[in-house]
Design a protein around this ligand. Sequence first.
Ligand SMILES: *[C@@H]1O[C@H](CO)[C@@H](O)[C@H](O)[C@H]1NC(C)=O
Ligand SMILES: *[C@@H]1O[C@H](CO)[C@@H](O)[C@H](O)[C@H]1NC(C)=O
Length: 369
Amino acid sequence: MLGGLLRPLLAVCGLMLVPAAAAVHFNYKNGFYYHDGSNGNGNGEIYFNGVRLYVESPNPSVSATRGSSVTLPCHFHYKPELNEPRRTRVKWSWLPANAVGEPVHPAAMETQVMVAMDNRHRSYGGFRGRVRLRRSAPGDMSLVISELRLNDTGRYRCEVIDGLEDESVTVELELRGVVFPYHSAEGRYHFNFQGAQQACQDQEATLATFEQLFTAWDEGLDWCNAGWLADGTVQYPIMTPRDGCGGADLAPGLRTYGQRHRLLHRFDAFCFSASIKGTVYFLASPTKLNFTEALQACAGNSAHIAKVGQLYAAWRLAGLDRCDAGWLADGSVRYPIVKPRANCGPPQAGVRSFGFPPRHLKFGVYCYR
Ligand SMILES: *[C@@H]1O[C@H](CO)[C@@H](O)[C@H](O)[C@H]1NC(C)=O
Ligand SMILES: *[C@@H]1O[C@H](CO)[C@@H](O)[C@H](O)[C@H]1NC(C)=O
């Protein structure tokens, strides 16, 4: 990113753009003078003609909710200030949080989000039509992304290119959400990597990233079954070290099996679900229902039976608290508790699970509308 300051061709082109006022105090060499042989200090600034380009972001990390709009801040300015504006180009690129594997050079795995020059801009891929530059002031190159999706998380790079050299800052985008462990109706350790991806997607969620699982652990998640993460590793979070869960002597933390074979190895999944547009509610019904009746009851209420990711999101982000077990779309039976109390499971908040009972048994139902 910082290399090539002395590229002769660009230097010559750049010369024509350098305002006289800025150049006056300096000697020329080959018609161009550089203040310093170093290419900036790695903090998003470069030197040319004694003028520095600064690219900055007041928030290196931003969190938002699914479906909303978010602004990733990025500003540039020159010091000393220039009298005439220079022609700058801005490029936003993205390293997805679920980028798989260990890249040799992370920039190689970045994908383009948007490039802009003057008043023209172009956006790419899934961002087309969803991104714009804020431009609320000169030098404001903040990126506004609307209709945020679960898989928009990751590291965004704002790169300002002014003909001579480029400088960049990165902004991390996280979605507020909840991580939940998930296993198949057919039992524990049933999913290969793709199966785990599909299972989360079926529950209105995605495979959790390492950062999301780490945050969940930090907030108290303790789960002694290993699950796939989005990067293809298999891990599990332990708050209270004990035998059978990595050992009683190990410090609390994430236990990892590292990268596993994506086709052959089978584990559970850690899914990530973020805020939802609709509402999840326990359907008032005079009688308890088997699974078929539960599906019909939600449909009769102009709703759908809720998915597991929707129930977790409603519990965690909307405070759904209900001490009644209900069917969910995958055939599991669960209930969400925010304020633990007698006869409603263990003394911690959480979504309680009855697993996948035979479908003729009778429970309530959680619907989503
Ligand atoms: C991200 O999610 C959207 C739907 O929300 C989907 O259409 C798109 O293919 C996903 N992109 C990736 C890279 O998984
Ligand atoms: C649920 O009960 C209905 C009768 O109300 C019955 O027709 C249906 O087969 C039952 N479904 C299951 C899965 O047992």
